[in-house]
Design a protein around this ligand. Structure first.
Ligand code: ADP
Ligand code: TRP
Length: 319
């Protein structure tokens, strides 16, 4: 079973990204054959700054490698290092109706927010279909916002296969209903656009500032506190086992400690959790050549599959 996932190269990652997506993807390496790429072409729809794009692609690679992406076991590459995807994108464009693209929620949402409506943004789902179909992907793990794109991929593949025969493998999306939304420091969904994040690889001082800034009620030291409604406790749930949580509940129920104490407990847990990755990440940041070699190796593995598939597809269409 082949699992394929595209990762948007956003630079700074927070613990919402980690528990909502990255951790699951790393674990997916044990569920099947994982193909994961950094969606550098897709990023061009929103990033028009050369240095910023380069930095984000590099940092996304470093973060995934540091957190356990295994380039031997899985195939991990940068989308734009395998150009075959653009050829397939054009061939699939001829099997994509205007109506299908016009119904895309993400396009409608983005243009409603004032993002310039250009052809790249409009045809984004066709490139995504090419990503998926080029590698004969069976399963595409996605967030709810991306389900429609996988449905569109199936429509495009159906049209293609109806014309040329069973050439393209029909993919399925896999939505993890269990993924809880990680709350931010203000209790709303943690998101870099809300400025309520706790960064994974920030400085010790920066992370402490974010944790100490978590919003709580104003109960005093000598009052009993309610853990069930507390943002600090909700974040602790991500890092603690049941015994540790029971212990913490007891501390909430016993007067004498304040939210500052609970925040320091959370801070220790966060530091302890990510400590093993910090060193590996720093090593990769300091050795960009090594990162490039890993990505080149991934691209060569991906290209082998892509180029064989394109031979079949070109032949089928008469090119
Ligand atoms: P942001 O909202 O900070 O811009 P992105 O939209 O770039 O984050 O999200 C990247 C990935 O991380 C997506 O797969 C998304 O589902 C996941 N993710 C982001 N924020 C959270 C959160 N608060 N809880 C769970 N998952 C999240
Ligand atoms: N559109 C996806 C996102 O915004 C990224 C992506 C590009 C992708 N191509 C893909 C995801 C192919 C899965 C499969 O998150």
């Amino acid at each position: 079973m082949r699992i394929l996932s595209g990762i948007q190269p956003s630079g700074t990652i927070h613990i919402g990204n980690y528990f909502g997506m990255i951790k699951k993807m790393i674990e997916a390496q044990n569920d099947g054959e994982l193909f994961a790429f950094i969606a550098s072409y897709h990023a061009l729809t929103s990033v028009k700054d050369k240095e910023f794009l380069e930095k984000n692609i590099f940092e996304a690679a470093v973060n995934f490698l540091a957190l356990g992406m295994d380039p031997e076991k899985s195939t991990f590459w940068v989308q734009s290092d395998v150009k075959e995807v653009l050829e397939l994108y054009w061939l699939l464009s001829n099997h994509t109706s205007m109506g299908l693209l016009e119904r895309a929620h993400s396009y409608k949402d983005k243009t409603a927010k004032g993002i310039q409506a250009n052809h790249g943004l409009f045809s984004y789902p066709v490139l995504m279909a090419a990503d998926i179909l080029l590698y004969d992907s069976n399963i595409v793990p996605v967030g709810k916002d991306q389900i429609q794109h996988v449905e569109m991929t199936r429509d495009i593949a159906t049209s293609f296969n109806n014309t040329y025969g069973e050439i393209l493998v029909m993919p399925e999306s896999k939505v993890d209903e269990e993924v809880a939304t990680v709350p931010g420091t203000d209790g709303a969904k943690m998101s870099k656009s809300y400025g309520n994040t706790i960064d994974m690889f920030g400085t010790k001082k920066g992370i402490k500032k974010q944790v100490m800034g978590i919003v709580t009620d104003s109960k005093e030291l000598d009052e009993v506190k309610d853990h069930t409604t507390c943002n600090v406790y909700k974040l602790c749930e991500l890092f603690m086992n049941n015994d540790e949580l029971k212990d913490l509940q007891q501390r909430y129920a016993t007067p004498g400690e304040g939210y500052g104490h609970f925040k320091l407990t959370l801070l220790d847990k966060i530091n302890e959790h990510f400590e093993p990755y910090v060193q590996r990440r720093q090593h990769l940041l300091d050795n960009p050549k090594e990162v490039k070699e890993i990505l080149d190796f991934g691209a060569s593995k991906a290209r082998k599959i892509a180029s064989a598939k394109m031979d079949v597809i070109r032949n089928a269409v008469g090119l």
